[in-house]
Design a protein around this ligand. Structure first.
Ligand code: GSH
Length: 214
């Protein structure tokens, strides 16, 4: 039985939980972190010495770091689809996955902190505008990649969609100017049809507004 730790309001938890739900594996979800606390408990620190969520425990396997969890779940429970077994195909997925985690997600996350988590009185309009421009430029590349494809790397959901697609709910819910990105909009619509995406990612973020604490 899998035990999954992490508060539903965390974006790193959301993408990981989305992956877990896609596998259909039975699991127990324990909300930790943020208003739930518990990250400094000795028992939790034994699982993840960094005191961060998400963490996944599957029997004697303990995994932390959201991308490591996604790779583990994809390899263990979705071989051939979300985890392509052909190394050449997987390399194509891996590069978009790692780019999404190292470039797209940080830009989306930075904008979210500047615009949503920072109290209005402390917001910096110039930094918000610069961040939005950078994020829109990244999404422009995603739009190009999605031309003629249902998903980022072809006609099936892969790990790359999980990491990159998890940024879209907040992107479309934030009060920002969005350029016309037809392929990204179509892809978001496709992802929104997936029950796992709706449950894990499309989570209102009101409780995070103006809140810098965690
Ligand atoms: N690089 C780590 C980041 C983990 C992380 O910073 N998690 C945040 C939530 S997004 C956390 O545990 N924050 C403390 C809290 O929620 O109380 C990952 O991808 O899993």
């Amino acid at each position: 039985m899998i035990t999954f730790y992490g508060r539903k309001s965390s974006d790193n938890v959301q993408k990981t939980l989305w992956m877990l739900l896609e596998t259909g594996q039975p699991h127990e979800h324990v909300e930790l972190g943020g208003k739930f606390g518990g990250l400094e408990d000795p028992a939790f620190l034994k699982l993840n010495p960094h005191g961060r969520v998400p963490v996944l425990v599957d029997g004697d396997v303990v995994v932390w770091e959201s991308t490591a969890i996604i790779r583990y779940l994809a390899a263990a429970y979705s071989p051939g689809t979300i985890w392509p077994e052909d190394a050449r195909v997987r390399a194509g997925v891996d590069k978009w996955m790692d780019w999404a985690q190292s470039r797209l997600y940080p830009e989306a996350n930075r904008l979210f902190w500047r615009l949503i988590r920072t109290p209005e009185a402390d917001q910096n309009a110039q930094k918000i505008a610069a961040g939005l421009e950078a994020l829109n430029a990244h999404l422009g590349m995603v739009d190009d990649q999605l031309a003629g494809r249902a998903y980022l790397c072809g006609d099936q959901l892969t790990m790359a969609d999980i990491i990159a697609g998890a940024t879209l709910y907040r992107y479309y819910e934030m009060p920002i100017a969005r350029p016309v990105l037809e392929n990204v909009a179509r892809w978001y619509e496709t992802l929104s049809q997936r029950p796992a995406y709706r449950q894990a990612v499309m989570v209102p973020f009101d409780e995070l507004k103006g809140r810098l604490a965690f």
